[in-house]
Write a protein that binds this ligand. Structure first.
Ligand SMILES: CC(C)(COP(=O)(O)OP(=O)(O)OC[C@H]1O[C@@H](n2cnc3c(N)ncnc32)[C@H](O)[C@@H]1OP(=O)(O)O)[C@@H](O)C(=O)NCCC(=O)NCCS
Length: 177
């Protein structure tokens, strides 16, 4: 697909599968290396990324990708907390390749992933977002996420501290998706 194209009608949102792992790894690496949005500053090595994805599939954790011709353009995933007393909680992560941002793909991805999370019994989805990430914050607020606090100096990137906003969505406050 032409990176400059604004037509996203051919882009599918689908559950991640083994066939997507290489290009998911590439997309993760591109967004991480921007050093503006993610905790990772580069993708984990491919074998670890593969293990992560296969683990998400095996556990039934929601992970969806936006694809064109089987290439991953963006992702959204929700990892369930490990301890039984926290197993109603999931942590959301997402990203889209730069050329495909601002075209509604983020909204399609997060809506699909949240619907799957609600169906599989999550009660709470949470995330931390850097305070200067206006587009992501706007998207999360539109989805019903509320601000719960500030994580001061959450990250240090190239010597600069960045605060993050902790946000969470409680499905029973929001109603059925
Ligand atoms: C954050 C991200 C996933 C959002 O996805 P996207 O496809 O670019 O966003 P969308 O086009 O779906 O737009 C989401 C909403 O935010 C609004 N929006 C876009 N830019 C905005 C801005 N700068 N300020 C306020 N609102 C904005 C849009 O109007 C849209 O609302 P609408 O659906 O009512 O029109 C994407 O931009 C991205 O990958 N960013 C880099 C990685 C990242 O930040 N990941 C999240 C880390 S916590």
């Amino acid at each position: 697909m032409d990176a400059a194209s604004s037509d996203t009608s051919g882009i599918r949102i689908e559950p991640i599968a083994a066939v997507h792992i290489d290009s998911f790894h590439h997309a993760l690496d591109v967004v991480a290396r921007e050093k503006k949005y993610l905790s990772m500053l580069e993708a984990t090595p491919l074998p670890q990324t593969r293990e992560f994805v296969m683990g998400m599939i095996a556990k039934g954790n929601p992970q969806f990708v936006a694809t064109a011709e089987n290439q991953v353009l963006g992702w959204c995933d929700i990892s369930r907390h490990f301890f039984p007393s926290h197993a109603h909680r999931g942590k959301l992560g997402m990203g889209i390749l730069p050329a495909y941002r601002g075209k509604g793909l983020g909204r399609r991805l997060i809506e699909t992933t949240l619907r799957a999370a609600q169906k599989s019994g999550f009660a709470r989805v949470e995330l931390d977002v850097y305070e200067d990430n206006a587009r992501a914050i706007a998207l999360y607020e539109k989805m019903g996420f509320a601000r719960e606090g500030i994580v001061r100096r959450a990250a240090r990137i190239d010597g600069q501290f960045i605060d993050a906003i902790s946000m969470a969505l409680l499905f029973d406050e929001r109603g059925a998706a």
